[in-house]
Every structure is written in C-alpha cells, then in structure tokens.
Design a protein. Structure first.
Length: 152
C-alpha cells in the first residue's frame, strides 16, 4: 500500500473529528467523496485505523480524579507477569497499563470519582492481585495537555 501525504492529512482530519462526513473531508482534501471513502476503507483494511470512539467528558460522568500508579511485582517470572496483566486488564478503573523499565514494573492510569473511590480501588481490587510487591501513586493536580491525536 502506498501511504501518501493525502492519507496523512485524512488521518489528521479524522483524529480531529471522526464524525465528519465524507463530503466535508472531500472538500478539505480536494478529492471526490468516493475517493475519500475508498481511502478511509483502505486505511481501515491496512490497520492504520483501529477503531472509532467517543471521548467522554470526565467531569460530566463524575470520574475526574486521575491517578498514575506505579506497581512493582515481587518476582518477574513469566507466570507472575501474565497473571498480573490479565487481572489488571479486567479492572474498569484502569484506563491504561504499561509494562515499563526502571524501578517499577508497571504504570497504570486510573480514573475514579475521588480519593475515597481510589482508596476503595486500591484496597478492594488492585492490592488483592497476587504478586504485587509495592505501589506508588501520584495524583493529577491539573491536566495541562491531553490528546489522542498522533502527529506525522
């Protein structure tokens, strides 16, 4: 597949607002509606576009307490790693989980209502996962930048 500058611009427009019509996109790109449609289908088929989602306003749903939580496992065996990753993937409060290098093994992005809800999450859910040696949590004071768009 040839991935050209028009494809890049199309992806940038879709990242800004994926609900734009093909007609709106065709006007911005100086292409026919059919050409835009075909390019989008090609980008989806080739895996450049994984899925379309709605970004929710955290304050409107009363889930605007963001915590970054480092997790260290007691041991780094394959069994412990797989078990931890499977269990943390099922925790709805965890938006993102990364296996990282450094002093800790994982970095979690957790979204809850408030400090009390975070404590409940820690006590009733996260720390009940076996093989966690320690955790270290940091609370977001202010969100300076948040984007899902990837620049080319």
């Amino acid at each position: 597949m040839i991935f050209d500058s028009t494809d890049k611009r199309l992806l940038e427009y879709l990242q800004q607002d994926s609900k734009q019509t093909n007609k709106e996109l065709s006007n911005k790109l100086n292409l026919s509606v059919t050409a835009v449609y075909e390019r989008i289908k090609k980008l989806e088929k080739e895996g450049f576009i994984n899925k379309y989602v709605a970004l929710i306003n955290k304050e409107k749903i009363n889930r605007n307490f963001v915590v970054f939580c480092h997790v260290k496992l007691v041991q780094h065996s394959q069994d412990y790693v797989i078990k931890f990753e499977n269990e943390v993937a099922n925790l709805s409060e965890v938006l993102e989980c990364y296996h990282i290098s450094g002093d800790y093994d994982y970095l979690l992005k957790v979204l809850v209502k408030d400090m009390a809800a975070f404590r409940e999450f820690m006590v009733d859910k996260l720390t009940t996962i076996n093989h966690i040696g320690s955790t270290h949590s940091m609370f977001v004071i202010n969100e300076v930048k948040h984007t899902t768009a990837i620049n080319f």
